[in-house]
Design a protein around this ligand. Structure first.
Ligand code: ADP
Ligand code: MG
Ligand code: MG
Length: 254
């Protein structure tokens, strides 16, 4: 059975049609990379899947673990095991990262019928995951994303992923703004989470990330639909030839 099954998805933002017939099937355990020129709809895809306000689906369907994803609200999607990095980009002063994550983990565990973790066990786990992503434990006490640098936000997200144990993780440009060391930490975190029943969509502009997180499939999204799919060698080919190779009208797109 598919983890995710996107069929002929059309979506608009503010009456502007962005996704125009996107289809994609992801099986459990697979890592799919999505590349493509700026403005092709990569981030929109993540937002539509996560159920963000303002994105209107006008046609098509999305099945997620046998459920109609589009019928669920954002919180329900998260509880079902969908995780979009940058889902929580906002700073929430006064609410500590730890309180915030404890509430999120409690909700997911309750939904799965698992017993709630007591604070001590939760803290132990959170500290361990902080260590795994090289994040100082003080980050647990700080306000959510409050004053975090770009790299710290991303490492914090990987830590959130470790705590939530999602089924499908969507990482949107996780590599942008990361130095090589931070990239390695983030990639190690993602790779540690790879398993036979967890899938990933990795959106990236650069082939480089895919040296660290090896995808099973690479797709090129252009003008709101997938115009080419292949294995990881496609990313290398794109790096060399650009997107104009696939569609001359994309030449010079950045
Ligand atoms: P990508 O992530 O591939 O660079 P996006 O999904 O961010 O592309 O954007 C796709 C298109 O949708 C772009 O033309 C962008 O300007 C437009 N878009 C995205 N969000 C909005 C919005 N809130 N209002 C209007 N247009 C938007
Ligand atoms: Mg963009
Ligand atoms: Mg984007």
């Amino acid at each position: 059975e598919n983890m995710l099954s996107i069929k002929n998805l059309h979506a608009s933002v503010e009456d502007k049609s962005i996704l125009q017939g996107l289809s994609l099937e992801i099986k459990p355990g697979e890592v799919h990379a999505i590349m493509g020129p700026n403005g092709s709809g990569k981030s929109t895809t993540g937002h539509v899947l996560s159920g963000r306000d303002g994105y209107e689906v006008t046609e098509g369907s999305v099945g997620f673990l046998g459920k109609d994803l589009l019928a669920l609200d954002t919180e329900e999607r998260a509880r079902e095991g969908l995780f979009l990095a940058f889902q929580y980009p906002v700073e929430i002063p006064g609410v500590s990262n730890m309180e915030f994550m404890k509430a999120a983990v409690d909700a997911v565990r309750e939904h799965r019928g698992e017993p709630a973790l007591d604070s001590v066990s939760f803290m132990k786990m959170a500290r361990e995951y902080c260590k795994a992503v090289n994040l100082d434990q003080n980050f647990l006490k700080r306000g959510v994303n409050e004053g975090f640098s770009g790299g710290e936000k991303k490492r914090n997200e990987i830590m959130q992923m470790m705590l939530l144990q999602p089924k499908l993780c969507i990482l949107d440009e996780t590599d942008s703004g990361l130095d090589i060391d931070a990239l390695q930490v983030v990639a190690d975190g993602v790779n540690a989470l790879r398993s036979a029943d967890r899938s990933f969509i990795v959106v990236t502009h650069y082939q480089r990330l895919l040296n660290y997180i090896e995808p099973d499939f690479v797709h090129v999204l252009a003008k709101g639909k997938i115009i080419k799919s292949g294995d990881k060698s496609l990313a290398l080919e794109l790096e060399e030839k650009g997107y104009g190779w696939l569609d001359p009208s994309l030449s010079g797109a950045v």
